[in-house]
Design a binder for this molecule. Structure first.
Ligand SMILES: [Zn+2]
Length: 476
């Protein structure tokens, strides 16, 4: 089946066709963190969804070039720096560092580029875009010296959010008095400096000031990926006004369709409620780690529900995630044992390995269908039940076990939920195989040498009546 995604712009499931099908190269832009505090688990739900998307596209043979911006200047970062009494760059540096540690913990692949809004290169690009918009009549400088986008001059404004212009309410991101603007929905492209900005500000053709949040993304996206992007992602919160504004600014400058597919991740609720500090249900990644959960457990818990459905985070859900991963770990352990050279029970070579191809198409087919993770995981656990039953009945041979292990390796390149602590690295497996061969040839010296070699790598080879067993050396 072809890949298809739900495009927020059309509100339809659309077959995915990259901009340039021959190159099989895809550009993805994902809105990144605003570094004024540590990101919360709702943010990470969106980043994990984007990671799943990238990894699945790569599994399907696409080369993905992904950009994620870092918003390191806006109202919140400026306020935070002022309250902390430190320069803006110093204030944001700590949260940037934590962000990179957090995505590593959650096994999220790093984007190819992480442009920061305060980089002079992008400030220049923002100023250039704003100048173009003014020259085309799409922007104007108001009495308060700030520059605003004139939404009435952009007929498509509201198409992404499916909004009627006449129903527009204030966007909340604009802090200046409304009478300065021509329309309540006009949003700031350039905010004139005021006292609260302190040291923060850049010279511009209008007034010393700073960019609005929306223009930051339009400038960084087009500077790094060109005028047109295959996929743009974010949380549903970003649809309006942020992404709507990105379209207006980018298309207003280039005259070309900015994004082919808009993908948005639904909300994360905690105990059925919107996360908020006042309700005491606001969790950063650190809060969940402190309760003793690991990065992979949190990744699994945040990934297992389809990205367009709201996800309810609960501590019971975290326990379930741990149990589910335990079942996968046990299953893999059994498969690895069965895949050793010995046979488990009667040999029906190939009888079940034929399932490998079918399994691949079922699992990957589910992900092709708008990243239907629930169906993909449903298939995984059904498989675990069936193969465990077959192993219980001794109707499973080494070839079948190997076929499933190979299948898992491919599936886990997208899921990234293996217990890497207990996973046997390929080079260790190779040494273990060589040692088994040596023992079969009764070459005891070689066998001992290989045992020592395994030991120095932190693995122990034990010889049991069922053959050789490889485990992590105690204390290694
Ligand atoms: Zn953005």
């Amino acid at each position: 089946m072809a890949l298809r995604f739900f495009n927020t712009y059309s509100r339809e499931l659309e077959e995915f066709e990259p901009r340039d099908p021959k190159r099989r190269k895809i550009d993805i832009y994902t809105c990144g963190p605003t570094v004024y505090s540590r990101a919360h688990i709702g943010n990470f739900r969106a980043y994990i969804f984007e990671d799943l998307l990238q990894r699945h596209l790569e599994l399907r043979g696409y080369k993905v070039h992904r950009v994620m911006n870092i918003t390191d200047v806006d109202d919140k970062t400026i306020r935070g720096a002022r309250e902390a009494g430190v320069p803006l760059s110093e204030f944001t540096a700590g949260f940037k560092k934590t962000f990179f540690e957090d995505i590593e913990t959650l096994r999220i692949k790093r984007a190819d580029e992480f442009p920061a809004a305060t980089d002079q290169r992008y400030i220049d690009k923002m100023i250039e875009m704003i100048s173009t918009l003014i020259s085309r009549g799409l922007a104007y400088q108001a009495e308060d010296k700030s520059v605003y986008f004139r939404i009435n001059k952009f007929p498509d404004y509201g198409k992404l959010a499916h909004f009627d212009l006449t129903q527009l309410q204030s966007t909340g991101r604009v802090k200046h008095d409304e009478y300065d603007k021509e329309h309540i929905g006009d949003f700031a492209l350039w905010k004139a400096w005021d006292e609260e900005d302190g040291e923060v500000g850049w010279e511009s053709p209008w007034e010393r000031g700073r960019p609005g949040w929306h223009i930051e993304c339009s400038a960084m996206a087009t500077a790094l990926l060109g005028d047109q992007i295959d996929i743009h992602c974010g949380g549903v919160d970003n649809i309006f006004p942020h992404h709507e504004a990105e379209i207006a600014q980018s298309e207003g400058c280039t005259g070309k369709k900015f994004v082919r597919y808009w993908l948005h991740c639904a909300h994360l609720l905690v105990d059925g409620q919107k996360m908020s500090k006042s309700l005491g249900n606001f969790y950063t990644l650190g809060d969940v780690l402190e309760k003793g959960y690991t990065g992979r457990e949190i990744r699994y818990a945040l990934m297992r529900v389809h990205y367009r459905a709201p996800l309810n985070f609960t501590w019971d859900g975290m326990k379930e995630a741990r149990e589910s991963l335990g079942r996968i770990d046990d299953w893999l352990e059994r498969l690895r044992e069965a895949a050793g050279d010995k046979m488990v029970g009667t040999t029906r070579r190939g009888a079940r390995s034929a399932q490998g191809a079918d399994a691949t198409s079922q699992f990957e087919g589910a992900l092709d269908d708008d990243l239907n993770i629930s169906a993909a995981l449903g298939f995984l656990f059904e498989t675990i039940r069936e193969t465990n039953r077959a192993m219980d009945r001794n109707e499973f041979d080494a070839a079948s076990a190997n076929a499933w292990l190979n299948w898992w390796e491919r599936a886990d390149s997208v899921l990234m939920i293996s217990d890497s602590e207990n996973e046997i690295p390929p080079e260790v497996l190779k040494l273990a195989k060589a040692r088994e061969q040596a023992r079969l040839a009764k070459d005891w010296r070689k066998s001992d040498e290989l045992r020592d070699e395994l030991s120095t790598r932190g693995w122990e080879a034990r010889d049991t009546k069922d053959g050789q067993k490889i485990t992590r050396r105690a204390g290694a």
